[in-house]
Design a protein. Structure first.
Ligand SMILES: C[S@@+](CC[C@H](N)C(=O)[O-])C[C@H]1O[C@@H](n2cnc3c(N)ncnc32)[C@H](O)[C@@H]1O
Length: 297
């Protein structure tokens, strides 16, 4: 599999330059560093746009990585689909050895008593629960703060036997952890069709495919008579606000929500929005500039 560490680039690398609105700089930079490429440089263009430059080894499927970036820009509503191509420029750069940077990219992630690693990583974590994630096109290797906050919130809130909806499942990482902690049934949904096979593959690898099923789509896939004890969604602020009424309709009385992907500067806006919609006890967890909301009824 092409993503494995330990390779030297024999044919140089591809420089990828993206131009995106300044307000999305942080989330896109995080995504690129953690999921796609190395050597990120950002440059403020005019106070409204930012250029992000990164490098993908030529022998690491640069075409696939660019598709991954494009899909992310579209799915996270950073650029409209018809404008994405003109906001991405690529250039071949001469040979360089990327091995060290590459290995750094896929080191295991340890979060409290949980370790997340790739299938080829031989590191042992005798005292920890282990999730194995095959890094592919889908988001969710455990490196991003928003994922880590959700994992911590799940550990805190999950009661064995709960029925769970994971909206924006990506690699399936959150569902897999919920299954390991005793959830009885989990539906994972994602609008990215590439995410679903990756999530199901990861479910098999982690022996939870009897509990966790992933499907392509969003809240329209949720049966109107099907209610959940817990809804988990790691999207972005705009996505959460847009889907919030659907979440309320799918939540069992007494149910909980875990909502992540929110920046600290969006806190008062989101808190006011939630309070206007329903009466929840709200707890906010924070890691760096990222927030995760736990809503309890
Ligand atoms: C930030 S990733 C989260 C992945 C994983 N759950 C995690 O926590 O690491 C957000 C995911 O939500 C998906 N997504 C974005 N908008 C969505 C929507 N309206 N309905 C379903 N999935 C959506 C994206 O395709 C992406 O896989």
């Amino acid at each position: 599999m092409s993503d494995r560490p330990g390779k030297k680039s024999g044919r140089g690398y591809l420089e990828v330059a993206l131009t995106i609105p300044l307000q999305h700089e942080e989330i896109v930079s995080d995504f690129i560093i953690e999921e796609v490429a190395f050597g990120l440089v950002t440059e403020d263009l005019d106070g409204e746009l930012v250029r992000i430059v990164c490098y993908v080894p030529q022998d690491n499927n640069p075409g696939e990585k660019i598709e991954k970036i494009k899909r992310y820009l579209f799915l996270m509503e950073i650029l409209p689909q018809d404008l994405i191509d003109e906001h991405i420029r690529t250039k071949n750069i001469k040979e360089i050895d990327w091995i060290n940077e590459y290995q750094k990219g896929f080191k295991p992630v340890v979060i409290d008593d949980l370790a997340i690693k790739t299938p080829w990583d031989k590191t042992e974590f005798p005292e920890k629960r282990i999730i194995v994630i095959e890094p592919k096109m889908a988001f969710g290797t455990g490196k991003h703060e928003t994922t880590q906050l959700c994992l911590r919130a799940i550990k805190k809130e999950l009661v064995p036997g709960m029925k769970i909806l994971d909206l924006g499942t990506g690699s399936g990482i959150l569902s897999i952890y919920a299954a390991m902690l005793g959830a009885s049934e989990i539906l994972g949904l994602d609008i990215d069709p590439e995410a679903v096979p990756n999530a199901m593959e990861n479910a098999e690898t982690n022996n939870v495919s009897d509990i966790f099923a992933a499907r392509t789509g969003s809240m329209e896939q949720v049966d109107k008579n099907n209610y959940y004890d817990m809804i988990i969604s790691n999207l972005i602020y705009e996505g959460i606000v847009r889907l919030f009424d659907d979440f309320l309709n799918a939540l069992k009385p007494g149910g909980k929500m875990i909502l992540s992907g929110i920046l600290d500067e969006q806190e008062s806006q989101l808190t006011d929005f939630i309070k206007a919609k329903a009466s929840f006890e709200i707890e906010i967890m924070q890691q760096n500039e990222w927030l995760c909301y736990i809503l309890r009824t």
